[in-house]
Design a protein around this ligand. Sequence first.
Ligand code: C5P
Length: 201
Amino acid sequence: MAFTVAIDGPAAAGKGTISRAVATHFGFAHLDTGLLYRATGRKTLDGTEPVAAALGLEASDLEADNLRSPDVAQAASRVAAIPEVRAALLDFQRAFARRDGGAVLDGRDIGTVICPEAEVKLFVTATDDVRAMRRFRELEGKGFETSFDEVLADLRARDARDSARSAAPLKPADEAVLLDTSEMGIDDAVAAAIAQVTGRF
Ligand code: C5P
């Protein structure tokens, strides 16, 4: 049986952690759709044309080094604004969403474009400062040399580009449940997300 949990929201709001925890809790498959755009963006940094990069994506590209780097994040958000890139990645995501046994997908357009029929839709947010601090600590922990201000500027630039684009912009689906994690620890955020799914599968 197909059962889809769509988790959308801006960068570093906690979508990834929440999605993985929900998937583990219910035994669902999980797809971090940002990785598809990051892998595509990364190839463009090597000179590949964006649409060719998206069409030629292979599973091993999702394991490339440095997909989490700030440069790749910006490249991802640039290629993500190209409608042909999004079209090239659509069928894979739709099939994943409706696979047997349940799936959690996190991204920007899961509840609006990839799987409007998703049984559960969450829109996870947090203030800019909270998100930037979380991402700054994460990047620092991975050894990237960066500053809080740089990370904040990077998040704001990506959110602005992701929200303003005409192809599948970042916005909550009409029926999405909003989850503001600004003042929540991760355990409470995960519990709130799990509560939205419990009893519906
Ligand atoms: O979620 P993450 O920060 O890894 O995503 C990287 C970029 O990929 C985002 O800034 C956004 O531009 C793009 N993206 C998207 N649609 C998705 C997932 C990610 O446009 N479903």
